[in-house]
Design a protein. Structure first.
Lengths: 272, 266, 272
């Protein structure tokens, strides 16, 4: 420990601040790559500057059209769209959760045999990959316009979301607790009810509340492809240049999302 | 007098009175142990000195400068003269040992220089010297969360010394360490204080350690000073005043024997 | 859990008291009734003849979708690259704006809890509650169709997401490390840079990559409202009922999303 053997001055000369990426060549490759990408990517944006310049004035008119928001003229349309969105949300969330439980059990490697596992993971992958809108397009093509297509879309998306997270949760449960239940000689279903469910329940409830919130938000855009909900109302009002009604619809959406957020936050706090 | 505390009072918003008109003076170069039961206000007292906790009333003077009256920029300059060492080390876990040590110089360099880790060469040299002094120079580029408890506390000590302080505020330095490392850390702090002529206020709940390493002991109970004297005058009656009724005959001065036992075990 | 006394005076054990039992059952009954009522509402707005026809329609659709028209892929590389660029530049923009907002919103770093914090929280909620497709719809009206509208739509939606998750991470940091750096005499910006930023770095990297992954998905559909990317080709193909082309697009989207998901999982593992 004596200072005579240690040359602090030399060590200080040699010391460099630690870089973010330790390997030098990788560091420069990442920096150069990022720079090159940024330049290339930005250069592909074809901005029509004359159009964008008009945009300022257009935005002024557009925002002017927003104020004051008009809740009255299309009151029945807004109400109808809102009711549709809310009912779609409720049914889709209920249905989605109900269906996601068996899928989640099947997608948990510690509960399901391999073929079942692969099948359930496949469902999850498809449901998570495609944006809700794309699924909605397919459902609308099959079932015709209307809220049923939207409901099934949301239910399908709910399955992927819930099943993946619940399956991960089941795979993370304490094996000792499940083993203790199994040791009492219980059946597979009893194992689920006593060994698995108690450990997963708080997360199941929390995720359901969260998904309810997401489903409402998504239901607001499905109308763009004809799958019902308040998005229909929004889309129609944009098409007809009724921006004051559009503003009203947007305000309604924000208010309800806020309410959903507080409600789901409240439920999650209660459960944990 | 290096540090003068007069009528220091702290009442938390919850209504708890943590400090009740504390008067205390610490001369330059004196190592002082502050003992007392949990919740007696030890932590609050040292945090009121560098104003991590704002006192409700009273005055604190360091080298004639009234700390309690300082604005934020002047307070930052004053804080450079007071190094602080924490119970759970309080190193920035995701930074390297060297970065943690250099963070002791933050009060001396500008924001951008510190953001790009451009410290004066002599600061880095001093950092290496101190790290070598505590036996950790070879760990300079390790991340702080890769160190053991004793090593982390040494880095914490070096960080405090980098500030070039006059006074060390030490908050339960050994509470998270095993008995042997605790003694090593205490000895290191006392030695470094002697080498550099620093005063120190050491909060500690281990009476035996306090007696072994500090000349002066101050006992705090419910926010008031109930004992202030040399370590060898700390008797069972005083401990009863501080902590309440208990058989103290085994507590006083057994530390040295324990320490020898620990040394022998090496 | 409740200990009860049977009629004959011996103790009995039930999970809940009879009253609590009744409440739980009433809760379930209420939930089911609500779902059924909501479904009734949706059902009234559904032309069931179309739905019963769905299997035929579905089979017909699948028949028309296969085989995919692979030659069409050669026209898709540019739009696909645009899609990735929209997601990446949009995410970068959102990070640039969202990170400062997060520091203004977190209660331990905000300059003012009474003035700044509520305003920033409102901005975050507004950004989060409007889907990027709706943002795109609005921006296309203002700026005209093209990538710029898409990039801004992605950015506007992501700002709230990034800011919310990041400010929650900032609020959860270890305060003793902040205390220690403050005690050295560091200024507020220095405390931010030395004690807070290092602690939230892993969360920040995880959140950014996670959002980028989501944005790739979102960017695939922005074209439906004219905001650039592969969705434009999808819309055009659907309009002329060129289903084999749509299948090709779906396959490309699937591959892109899988790659981006794999990449983001890798990065998130690396930083934790």
């Amino acid at each position: 420990m004596s200072a005579t053997t240690f040359d602090a001055a030399a060590a200080a000369r040699a010391w460099r601040p630690p870089p973010l990426i330790a390997t030098p060549w990788l560091r420069y490759a990442v920096y150069l790559g990022a720079l090159a990408y940024a330049l290339l990517a930005v250069s592909t944006i074809e901005v029509n500057w004359t159009r964008a310049a008009e945009g300022v004035e257009r935005a002024g008119r557009f925002l002017g059209g927003f104020f004051p928001p008009d809740f009255i003229t299309k009151r029945s349309d807004i109400l109808e769209g809102l009711l549709e969105s809310l009912t779609m949300t409720v049914v889709a969330t209920g249905l989605g959760i109900l269906l996601s439980i068996p899928v989640a059990l099947g997608a948990a490697r510690n509960l399901a045999p391999l073929p079942v596992y692969l099948f359930c993971r496949g469902i999850i992958a498809i449901s998570r990959t495609f944006q809700e809108i794309i699924i909605a397009i397919v459902f609308v093509a099959m079932l015709g316009f209307g809220p049923l297509a939207g409901t099934l879309t949301l239910a399908f998306a709910t399955i992927g979301f819930m099943a993946k997270l619940i399956a991960e949760d089941i795979e993370d449960i304490q094996a000792s607790q499940a083993e203790a239940v199994r040791a009492t000689g219980s059946s597979w279903f009893q194992l689920l009810a006593w060994g698995v469910l108690p450990q997963v329940r708080p997360r199941l409830i929390g995720l359901s509340a969260y998904r309810l919130d997401i489903n409402f938000r998504e239901s607001a855009v499905l109308g763009l492809v004809g799958a019902g909900g308040i998005g229909d109302t929004l889309n129609t009002s944009f098409d007809r240049y009724e921006f004051d009604t559009a503003a009203a619809v947007l305000i309604v959406i924000i208010v309800i999302v806020l309410a959903c957020e507080y409600a789901s936050g409240f439920i999650r706090r209660k459960v944990q | 007098m290096l540090l003068t505390i007069e009528g220091l009072t702290k009442r938390y918003p919850t209504g708890d009175l943590a400090l009740d008109k504390v008067d205390l003076q610490v001369p330059a170069g004196q190592v002082m142990a502050l003992i007392g039961p949990s919740g007696a206000g030890k932590s609050t007292l040292i945090r009121c000195v560098n104003r991590l906790v704002e006192p409700s009333a009273g005055r604190v003077q360091l080298d004639g400068v009234e700390l309690t009256a300082l604005g934020s920029a002047a307070l930052r300059r004053a804080r450079r003269r007071m190094g602080m060492i924490f119970q759970e080390y309080a190193l920035v876990e995701r930074l390297t040992v060297m970065e943690n040590v250099l963070s002791g110089r933050l009060g001396y360099v500008g924001f951008w220089a510190s953001w790009f880790r451009r410290f004066p060469r002599k600061d880095v040299e001093e950092a290496f010297r101190l790290l070598d002094r505590v036996g950790l120079a070879h760990m300079a580029d390790k991340r702080a969360d890769a160190l053991s408890g004793g090593q982390r506390q040494r880095v914490g000590i070096v960080r405090a010394l980098m500030q070039d302080p006059k006074l060390l505020l030490v908050d339960e330095p050994t509470a998270s360490l095993d008995p042997k490392t605790s003694r090593q850390i205490m000895r290191l702090i006392v030695e470094l204080c002697a080498e550099r002529g620093l005063a120190a206020i050491i909060n500690i709940h281990d009476v035996a350690l306090a007696q072994q390493f500090a000349r002066r002991i101050v006992g705090l109970r419910a926010g008031r000073i109930v004992f202030d004297g040399p370590a060898e005058e700390l008797r069972a009656e005083a401990l009863t005043d501080i902590y309440g009724e208990e058989d103290w005959s085994q507590t006083i001065r057994p530390a040295e024997e324990e320490d020898e036992a620990a040394e022998a075990a090496l | 859990m409740a200990l009860l006394t049977r009629a004959d005076g011996t103790p009995d054990w039930r999970r809940r008291t009879p009253k609590a039992d009744l409440l739980v059952w009433a809760g379930w009954l209420g939930a089911v009734a609500l779902t059924v009522a909501c479904f009734q509402f949706i059902s009234d707005r559904t032309i069931w003849a179309f739905v019963w026809d769905a299997p035929t329609q579905g089979a017909d659709l699948v028949a028309r979708m296969f085989p995919p028209r692979w030659s069409y892929a050669s026209q898709l590389w540019k739009p696909l690259l645009d899609t990735i660029n929209i997601a990446t530049i949009g995410t970068a923009l959102a990070i640039l704006i969202g990170v400062p907002l997060a520091f203004l919103a977190a209660h331990n770093t905000t300059p003012s809890r009474l003035l700044v914090r509520p305003v920033v929280l409102f901005v975050i909620v507004a950004s989060r509650s409007i889907n990027s497709l709706i943002w795109a719809l609005i921006l296309v009206i203002i700026l005209g169709p093209g990538m710029l509208a898409g990039i801004l739509a992605i950015a506007l939606r992501s700002i709230g997401f990034i800011a919310k998750l990041l400010y929650e991470a900032i609020e959860e940091i270890d305060s003793t490390q902040v205390e220690a750096v403050t005690a050295t005499g560091a200024s507020r910006p220095q405390v931010l840079g030395w004690a807070i930023v290092p602690q939230v770095m892993p969360a920040f990297a995880g959140i950014s990559v996670f959002r980028w992954d989501i944005n790739i998905r979102e960017a695939t559909v922005l074209g439906l409202v004219g905001a650039g990317g592969i969705g434009m080709q999808m819309q055009a193909s659907i309009n002329v009922l060129a289903w084999p082309q749509v299948t090709t697009i779906f396959v490309l989207i699937l591959a892109t999303v899988l790659v981006s998901e794999w990449l983001s999982a890798r990065v998130r593992h690396a930083v934790i």
